[in-house]
Ligand binder design. Structure first.
Ligand SMILES: *Cc1c(COP(=O)(O)O)cnc(C)c1O
Length: 465
């Protein structure tokens, strides 16, 4: 071992103490930091010949990045759907690094119980039936990947084939039907060899809706003449938080042959509140389901879950049998159930936060964010500077600048607002028009943040209207 590593090992307590101080320094100053900043390239960094040791590495990091790290983990980062980190989740994440345990099999530890328990807690939180098994992956994109890999295998089996064994050659193209699919679905189709063009877009409801027109979906299924396909239902669109009618789509299953994958990356959390759980009604009919943990569960990146009722297909697709790994047990080791083999103890932050805050904690979180979205929506609806583009259905507000040719003014609005440093929003296109999104998903966000952000939005937006 090198000298610096030996020294660091001896000073571990002191080093962790310094890391703790740096962490508290960040949290204490969240309000003084901008939620987002422009990207600036740094001068190149050379690999030192002799290591600096951890203390100096931390000092260098703080000089180089400490001040520049944005408050994206704070209350006014409203871009994308970013979530945050609850104290309990952070504790779980810290311990994940401490144990550095490879949660691939039960051959060497009790740790698979942690993931099984976390999945059980999440099943409870979302009210999923007991026959849904789940697995942690890095996020919703990988959950969509895993779910659609199962759907692809299901479609093949309906035709007496197996993609897992034989590949896609010899199989007619797999049709995927969806309304307002998330961009990651197209990426997944490229990865799975089905191709981005295999997605046939089904019309959405008219007006300000992004939910699929179930009548059109039925016609598209009818046209397939009994040929099996995949339907991707969207439970929470990123622009307006709209939901496909899952119940109506589920009913189509009695007449048409399709695998139902539901992308509920953040929308799945609607099930936490009696006020919104209707939106997830029908989910029990899903064959596979995507939910993100690093969004509304408020655990650190990167964490998401894929749930499915088809464990046999999961094993057929993801099994990783090898003499040195042993036979497939019951329940199967996670390396037979997920795209990755070696995996971190990703379930631990979720386990911590679910037990720390429970059902009522997550209900309150979801309702708080939906209430904030509604309040912002009301201000926008009455505003001289902004125009609301869709009603508030959940935790997302979709709006634009008032006046002509908003297209040219929106980009400057974003950049000035970001550089102002009080709130961060992200641009989008909604029904062909340039738009702005505000998404609430960090547990720290309160009504006072709405006041701060609203002042900033108007001070920056008014000269542009
Ligand atoms: C965020 C999101 C994704 C992609 O999730 P990642 O965690 O970034 O991989 C997919 N679908 C929906 C609906 C999302 O909101």
């Amino acid at each position: 071992m090198t000298h610096s590593l030996v020294r660091d090992a001896r000073q571990l307590k002191d080093l962790l103490q310094q890391t703790l101080e740096a962490s508290l320094g960040y949290f204490d100053a969240l309000d003084q930091r901008p939620p987002a900043t422009a990207f600036v390239r740094n001068p190149p960094l050379a690999l030192p010949r002799e290591g600096l040791g951890a203390e100096q590495a931390l000092a260098l990091f703080m000089r180089r990045y400490g001040q520049a790290m944005p408050a994206s983990n704070g209350p006014r980062f409203w871009g994308f759907v970013t979530g945050g980190t609850t104290p309990a989740a952070l504790m779980g994440d810290w311990l994940t690094g401490v144990y550095d345990l490879n949660l691939s099999s039960a051959a060497h530890s009790v740790a698979p119980n942690i993931e099984l328990e976390a999945i059980g807690l999440l099943r409870d939180l979302f009210g999923l039936p007991a026959d849904f098994n789940g697995v942690f992956v890095t996020g919703a994109t990988m959950a969509n990947f895993a779910g659609l890999a199962l759907g692809r295998e299901w479609v093949a089996r309906q035709q007496g084939k197996s993609v897992a064994l034989e590949g896609l050659a010899g199989l007619p193209p797999v049709t995927v039907l969806s309304g307002e699919a998330h961009s990651s679905i197209f990426k997944v189709l490229a990865l799975l060899g089905m191709g981005r063009n295999s997605l046939r877009a089904v019309g959405v409801l008219s007006g300000d809706r992004e939910a699929v027109d179930v009548g059109e979906l039925r016609r598209a299924l009818e046209q397939l003449g009994g040929h099996p396909c995949i339907v991707v239902a969207n439970a929470g669109t990123v622009n307006t938080g709209d939901f496909d009618d899952l119940r109506a789509i589920a009913e189509l299953k009695s007449r048409y042959r399709f695998w139902l994958h539901v992308d509920a990356a953040f929308g799945g959390f609607a099930a936490c509140s009696p006020r919104y759980q209707d939106l997830m009604e029908g989910i029990a009919a899903a064959d596979s389901l995507t939910v993100d943990a690093h969004k509304w569960l408020n655990v650190p990146y990167d964490s998401g879950m894929m749930f499915t009722r088809h464990r046999d297909l999961q094993i057929a697709v993801f099994q990783n049998s090898a003499a040195y790994l042993g036979a497939i047990a019951d329940p199967p080791d996670f390396l037979h159930l997920s795209p990755e083999n070696s995996r971190r103890l990703r379930a631990l932050p979720a386990w911590f936060t679910l037990l720390a805050y429970g059902r009522s904690g997550y209900r309150a979180l979801v309702e708080q964010h939906c209430q904030l979205a509604r309040l912002l929506g009301e201000r926008i609806a009455a505003s001289a500077n902004f125009r609301l583009l869709a009603p508030i259905r959940l935790n997302i507000v979709c709006f634009t600048l008032k006046g002509e040719s908003a297209a040219e003014r929106i980009q400057p609005f974003f950049e000035r607002l970001r550089d102002d440093g009080r709130v961060f929003l992200t641009p989008t296109t909604f029904r062909g028009q340039p738009a702005i999104r505000a998404a609430f998903s960090n547990w720290r966000t309160q009504e006072q943040d709405l006041d701060i952000a609203w002042r900033a939005m108007n001070e920056v937006g008014e000269p542009l209207v």
